[in-house]
Design a protein around this ligand. Structure first.
Ligand code: NAP
Ligand code: MG
Length: 477
C-alpha cells in the first residue's frame, strides 16, 4: 500500500507536531500497530486556527460561487479516484468491514457532489417589508469552523461537516478521533490536490482532551460542529457559551424499533438485526430497543435471533464480512460489562455475547430478553452489538415507553396500517424516523437529534444553513 499519512495537515502540507509524542494506531482485527500518528499540541491547534482564518480572509470567503463549485466537484472526483485507498485505510484503522468502508467512501464523495451543486442553489429572500423600499437577505459564511468527529463513521461524518462548511465559504479545522485519523488526513491532502487553497482545510489529529478546549474557545472559531458522545457534547456547549460560539451537536442515541402485528413481521425480523448490529453496533442510530406487539412477539424473536446467528462476524478484509471487531479493547470491555450485568440480573441472553476468536476485539452480537425498563442495558447507549427486545400490548403506553429516554435520535416503525404509521411517526420524539425501513441517513435530508441526542442538523440544505449567518439588508427609497 502507498504511504500512510501520519503527520498534521497544516497550510496544505504535512507537518510534524510541536510536541513530538506520536500515538500508536492499532488495527482492531489484528491487535497490531499499523502507524504512529503525530498528535497536535494546543499550540499547533491555535496556529492552525490562525492560518485558517488568514486563508478565509485572503480569498476563500470572496471566491465566486462558480469557482467554489469547481473546487468542490474536483474534490469529489479525486475522492472517487482514491476510493479504494480510503476504504482500505478506514477498514484497517477501525476494523470496519471492507464492503461498508467502500460504501462510506462513495458516500463521502456524494456529499461533496451534493454541496458542490448546492452552492448556486442556496438562495436568500426578498421581503415585501411594510414601509416599502427593498429588503433582501444574504447567507454569509461565518469564518473558521471547528469540526470534531468520532471514530465510528470517520470518513463520511468528516465529509458531511467539511463539505457544507466549505460550500458556504468557511474555512475548517478538522479534528478526527484519535482512533481514526487516517482518512481525515487523506481528505485534507486530496482537497489540496483538488485546488482548495492552503489553510482552508486544516486536519489536526491528536487527543480531544488535550486540544478540545483550544478548539472550542479560540476567539477566531465561530462555530463548533461536533459528533460524538453526549458528555463531551455538553461540555463543548458549555465552553462555547462563553464566546457565544454557534454549535451543532450530533450525540448519542437509544433508538427504538417498533414492530406492530399488522406489519410484514418476517421481513421486519430479517431486516432488523442489521438495524442495530451494523458497524458492530457502534452506530448512534442503532435500533437497540425493540418493541414488538405481543401477538407476534415469539415469532419475531425466533426469526430475529436466527437471523442474528447467521450474521457473518469476521475479518474485515473479506468482502462477505458483515460485522468486524469492535474498535478497541476498551470498547469491547464496556460492551461485555453491559452483557454480564444483564446476565447477573437474570436476563436471558438468547444469542451471542461471547468472543468468537482469540485475536482481535470481536464479539458475537447479543440478543437480550426479559429486560425491565429500569435496566441499564435498556436505558443506556451500549455502542456495541447488543439488542434488547420487549413485548407491548397497548400503542399509547408503548409510545410513552419509547419516549421515556433522554435520547431522541433515530428509530424505525413497521406497520402496514397507514393511519397508524402517521400517528405513531408524529408521536415518537426523534429527529429521524423510518417506516418499514432501517435507513437513517440520506445526503439530501436533515439528520440530527431531539433532546439529548443533539442540536442542529447535518446533511441536506439544513446543514448549509447551519454554516452561515443570516443577514438582512434594507434599501431605503
Ligand atoms: P467522544 O469521546 O465524544 O469523541 C468524539 C470526538 O470528540 C473525538 O474526536 C474525540 O477526540 C473528541 N473529544 C474528546 N474529548 C473532547 C473534549 N474534551 N473536547 C473536545 N473534543 C473532545 O465520542 P466517541 O467515544 O469517539 O464516539 C462514541 C459516541 O459518539 C457515542 O456516544 C455515539 O452515540 C456518538 N456518536 C453520535 C453520532 C451522531 O451523529 N449523533 C455519530 C457517531 C457517534 P479523541 O478521540 O481524541 O478522544
Ligand atoms: Mg471518548
Amino acid at each position: 500500500m502507498s504511504e500512510i499519512p501520519t503527520q498534521l495537515f497544516i497550510n496544505g502540507e504535512f507537518r510534524s507536531s510541536t510536541q513530538g509524542k506520536p500515538a500508536g494506531l492499532i488495527n482492531p482485527a489484528t491487535e497490531e500497530i499499523i502507524a504512529e500518528i503525530a498528535g497536535a499540541s494546543a499550540e499547533d491547534v491555535a496556529a492552525a486556527i490562525e492560518s485558517a482564518h488568514e486563508a478565509y480572509r485572503r480569498g476563500w470567503r470572496d471566491l465566486t460561487p462558480g469557482k467554489r463549485t469547481d473546487v468542490l466537484f474536483n474534490i469529489a472526483r479525486l475522492l472517487r479516484e482514491n476510493m479504494e485507498r480510503i476504504a482500505q485505510l478506514e477498514s484497517q484503522s477501525i476494523g470496519k468491514p471492507i464492503s461498508d468502508a467502500r460504501d462510506e467512501a462513495a458516500l463521502g464523495a456524494r456529499v461533496f457532489e451534493y454541496y458542490a451543486g448546492a452552492i448556486t442553489k442556496f438562495t436568500g429572500q426578498t421581503i415585501p417589508v411594510a414601509r416599502g423600499g427593498f429588503d433582501f437577505t444574504l447567507r454569509q459564511p461565518m469564518g473558521v469552523v471547528a469540526a470534531i468527529v468520532p471514530w465510528n463513521f470517520p470518513f463520511p461524518i468528516a465529509c458531511w461537516k467539511v463539505a457544507p462548511a466549505l460550500a458556504a465559504g468557511n474555512s475548517v479545522v478538522l479534528k478526527p478521533a484519535s482512533l481514526s485519523p487516517l482518512t481525515a488526513l487523506l481528505l485534507g491532502q486530496i482537497a489540496r490536490q483538488a485546488g482548495l487553497p492552503p489553510g482552508v482545510l486544516q486536519v489536526l489529529p491528536g487527543s480531544g482532551q488535550e486540544t478540545g478546549d483550544v478548539l472550542v474557545t479560540h476567539p477566531l472559531i465561530r462555530k463548533v460542529s461536533f459528533t460524538g458522545s453526549t458528555s463531551v457534547g455538553s461540555r463543548i456547549m458549555e465552553l462555547a457559551s462563553r464566546g457565544l460560539k454557534r454549535v451543532s451537536l450530533e450525540l448519542g442515541g437509544k433508538s427504538p424499533n417498533i414492530v406492530f402485528a399488522d406489519a410484514d413481521v418476517d421481513r421486519a425480523a430479517m431486516e432488523s438485526p442489521m438495524s442495530v448490529f451494523a458497524n458492530t453496533g457502534q452506530d448512534c442510530c442503532a435500533r437497540s430497543r425493540v418493541f414488538v406487539e405481543r401477538r407476534v412477539f415469539d415469532r419475531f424473536v425466533d426469526s430475529f435471533t436466527a437471523a442474528t446467528r447467521q450474521l457473518r462476524v469476521g475479518n474485515p478484509v473479506q468482502d462477505a464480512t458483515q460485522l468486524g471487531p469492535l474498535v478497541s479493547a476498551g470498547q469491547r470491555r464496556v460492551v461485555e460489562d453491559f452483557i454480564s450485568e444483564a446476565r447477573k440480573g437474570g436476563r436471558r441472553i438468547a444469542a451471542g455475547g461471547d468472543r468468537p476468536f482469540p485475536r482481535g476485539y470481536y464479539l458475537n452480537p447479543a440478543v437480550v430478553l426479559e429486560v425491565e425498563p429500569s435496566d441499564r442495558v435498556w436505558r443506556e447507549e451500549v455502542f456495541g452489538p447488543v439488542v434488547c427486545i420487549r413485548p407491548f400490548d397497548d400503542e399509547a403506553k408503548m409510545i410513552e415507553e419509547v419516549n421515556d429516554s433522554p435520547y431522541g435520535l433515530s428509530g424505525s416503525l413497521w406497520t402496514n396500517d397507514l393511519r397508524r404509521a402517521l400517528r405513531v411517526a408524529r408521536q415518537v420524539e426523534s429527529g429521524v424516523l423510518s417506516i418499514n425501513s432501517n435507513s437513517s441517513v440520506h445526503v439530501e435530508a436533515p439528520f440530527g437529534g431531539f433532546k439529548q441526542s443533539g442540536l442542529g442538523r447535518d446533511l441536506g440544505m439544513a446543514a448549509m444553513e447551519g454554516y452561515t449567518e443570516l443577514k438582512n439588508v434594507y434599501v431605503g427609497e
